[in-house]
Design a protein around this ligand. Structure first.
Ligand code: GLN
Length: 226
């Protein structure tokens, strides 16, 4: 882990939004999490130094297409609209979108979201799905946890967000729960600029190695105990 290197290495810049535990979040001054460990393993394989740029989730794709970042790793769901702008690497995690409600809520599943006030994190797949729900009002927050806080204050009726961060958020928001029925199944992958086929292949190679060696499972197990 870390240490000052006297040797000059090329840097590999990762764009992320460090508000998404256990994939990326702050521990003191440091950004840690599953994506950070994966990105460090990729950088190691490429003999490069990882540099993390924390930004709003909905700025990540623009950072990658503009070359401000080399890749984006942010629990990002593979999505055909995003695929028009960036390339996705091979997937590295299965994920879900879940519904968080207050414990006394009458909302019991996705069908009950019609006409409700629903909180999401701006620009996420949760935002995209909920925007299609009939008569629903969508409240968009910069941070997922802000949506959950609004729920505890009865400003909204439900939150639709990724399953793993949902677990963390519910732990620290008393009186909230995750509904058993997930909203959708998804898969996470890293995003790379369309014109950077070389990096796409290098990252795919590194992901394949991480899967094969069992290192990926090890990283996940470090952050997710199920
Ligand atoms: N998986 C969701 C998406 O891709 C949310 C990711 C995030 O908030 N970091 O839109």
């Amino acid at each position: 882990e870390g240490g000052d290197s006297t040797e000059e290495k090329d840097t590999l810049v990762m764009a992320t939004n460090a508000e998404f535990p256990p994939y990326e979040y702050y521990e003191g001054q440091d950004i840690v999490g599953i994506d950070v460990d994966i990105a460090n393993a990729i950088a190691d394989e490429l003999g490069m130094e990882l540099k993390i740029e924390d930004m709003a989730f909905d700025s990540i794709i623009a950072a990658v297409t503009s070359g401000k970042a080399d890749f984006g790793a942010a629990g990002m769901t593979v999505d055909p609209d995003r695929e028009k702008e960036v390339n996705f690497t091979d997937t590295y995690a299965e994920a879900t979108q879940v519904i968080i409600v207050n414990e006394d809520s009458t909302i019991a599943g996705p069908d009950d979201l019609v006409g409700k006030k629903i909180g999401v994190q701006l620009g996420t797949t949760g935002d995209m799905y909920v925007s299609d729900i009939e008569d629903a009002t969508v409240e968009r927050y910069n941070k997922g946890f802000e949506a959950v806080q609004a729920l505890t204050q009865d400003k909204i009726d439900a939150v639709v967000i990724d399953g793993e961060p949902a677990k963390k958020f519910v732990e620290s928001a008393e009186g909230t729960k995750i509904l058993d029925e997930a909203y959708t199944q998804e898969e996470y992958a890293i995003v790379v600029a369309k014109d950077n086929e070389e990096l796409l292949e290098q990252i795919n190679g590194a992901i394949a190695d991480l899967k094969e060696s069992g290192k990926l499972d090890e990283i996940v197990a470090k952050y997710i105990t199920s």
